[in-house]
Ligand binder design. Structure first.
Ligand SMILES: NC(=O)c1ccc[n+]([C@@H]2O[C@H](COP(=O)([O-])OP(=O)(O)OC[C@H]3O[C@@H](n4cnc5c(N)ncnc54)[C@H](OP(=O)(O)O)[C@@H]3O)[C@@H](O)[C@H]2O)c1
Length: 419
């Protein structure tokens, strides 16, 4: 029996919260703690009559370490699940250390204000040293390793789908299928259609920052960066069909390069339709993806934040999205001296997710593993003092839980490889 404080009440949080409520044997109490109290209360009102899990709510400013910490000290959860925004990762980690509880998240730290000179100096040094220019990387959170170790607390990083499930697939392939993994291709296909000319299926500010950035991949011990969307492949996805996919930088490449011994190349591909790419290029060309403040009639406005207000709320896409996602990894390597390849993937149907929880599949595929990671931390199966990515734990209980909680997976031998 345990208590979980969940920070955030958006698309991903609402799935994680509902899955905790389905799992009352583990989570007998949860607290929904987010910026807009009315959203937390509305969700509580909807769910409380349907679950044995006791639900509390609170208005929390996750940018304020003291506010988060004082809620933790008042409410005494066993762990905090951060499904707010990556901008808040460090304040929430600090609050967990201050109040003495475990920490779980789904996305690595990213600076909200990329013009902040203190952040910028560290960022520019890292770009030169490591060779990739994404605004997010693990160094900020890995730097908390000793603090969490000394406090005897676990910080579990990246327990969503990608990163998260894809990283656990890598640990599972390593444990059960290979003596050495040589290449990993992570393929993220969303074959869903929401009917809007342009919308993003998770927080649009984060999504557009991610996909408009230069792509990069890991090969022979170093990063190779390429212009955004300049490597394109077609792949025939089981249950979805043929889609164009583009090489992107993605955060799990960084942790898998560190945690999968002997890996020679890791790439990440995501599918995009032509209409999405044309809209994004146009928005970028006119300056709407800028992350720095501009003066507008005496007010400071960050264009990408303003754009987020204009676009459909990803949490509202559920009823109108049809089709399936297929996300997984193709591994090549050797076992018992022989070369082999496998593809592990999950297929998730947008409308099935909507029927079950009122969400589309992108929130669903992230919220379910967020609940599973939290469960494994609070029940002790994945507790180890320090800061760890999901692939550093035994993958078996996580893989079993995926089947039980709505994300069944398939292992396919000798798949078609990506060239
Ligand atoms: N690993 C993966 O596979 C994966 C995939 C998709 C998303 N993600 C991550 O999941 C997280 C949530 O994404 P989402 O699509 O659910 O985003 P979202 O719908 O925008 O929800 C974010 C929530 O955080 C709350 N929030 C924002 N700033 C806050 C603050 N200062 N204090 C307290 N609460 C605050 C928001 O409050 P309001 O309701 O007041 O706006 C909102 O409820 C993000 O970190 C995203 O990167 C991971």
């Amino acid at each position: 029996m345990s208590k979980l404080m969940i920070v955030g009440c958006g698309g991903v949080a609402s799935v994680a919260i509902q899955k905790c409520c389905q799992n009352s044997e583990v989570f007998d109490e949860i607290m929904i703690a987010s910026r807009t109290l009315s959203k937390c209360e509305a969700l509580k009102e909807k769910l409380q009559p349907t679950t044995k899990t006791r639900i509390s709510t609170g208005a929390v400013d996750a940018n304020d370490m003291r506010d988060v910490s004082s809620w933790i000290k008042t409410w005494h959860p066993d762990a905090v699940l951060n499904v707010a925004l990556p901008y808040q990762d460090l304040t929430i980690m600090d609050a967990c250390l201050d109040a003495g509880v475990h920490y779980i998240d789904t996305a690595n730290y990213e600076a909200e204000d990329t013009e902040d000179p203190r952040w910028r100096a560290i960022y520019e040094e890292r770009c030169k040293r490591l060779g990739f220019t994404a605004y997010f990387d693990y160094s900020w959170q890995w730097a908390y390793q000793d603090k969490f170790k000394e406090a005897g607390l676990t910080a579990l990083l990246g327990s969503g789908f990608d990163p998260g499930v894809t990283s656990v697939f890598a640990a599972y392939a390593q444990k059960h299928y290979f003596d050495e993994i040589h290449t990993i291709d992570i393929l993220d296909c969303n074959g869903g259609d929401h009917g809007y000319p342009f919308a993003t299926n998770f927080n649009s500010e984060l999504n557009l920052r991610e996909v408009s950035a230069p792509g990069s991949y890991w090969e022979d011990g170093k990063w190779i960066e390429i212009p955004a969307m300049s490597i394109k492949r077609e792949y025939d996805f089981p249950q979805v069909g043929k889609k164009d996919m583009y090489l992107l930088h993605h955060e799990e490449i960084e942790s898998l390069a560190k945690n999968i011994p002997g890996v020679k190349r890791i790439r990440f591909f995501m599918t995009f339709g032509q209409s999405y790419l044309t809209h994004m290029k146009c928005l970028e060309n006119v300056g709407m993806l800028r992350t720095d403040p501009v003066n507008f009639r005496g007010q400071k406005i960050v264009p990408i934040q303003f754009l987020k207000e204009l676009l459909p709320d990803p949490a509202s896409l559920g009823p109108r999205t049809v089709g399936k996602t297929n996300i997984g990894c193709i591994f090549t390597g050797v076992k018992d001296g022989k070369e082999k390849s496998i593809y592990i993937y999950n297929v998730c149907d947008h409308q099935e997710c909507y029927k079950e929880l009122g969400s589309q599949a992108v929130s669903y595929t992230t919220g379910v593993p967020a609940m599973i990671g939290s469960m494994l931390v609070v029940n002790g199966q994945w507790q180890k003092p320090g800061v760890y990515n999901v692939e550093e734990f035994d993958p078996d209980p996580f893989m079993e839980a995926l089947n039980r909680w709505g994300l069944p997976w398939v292992v396919c031998e000798n798949p078609k490889l990506v060239d």
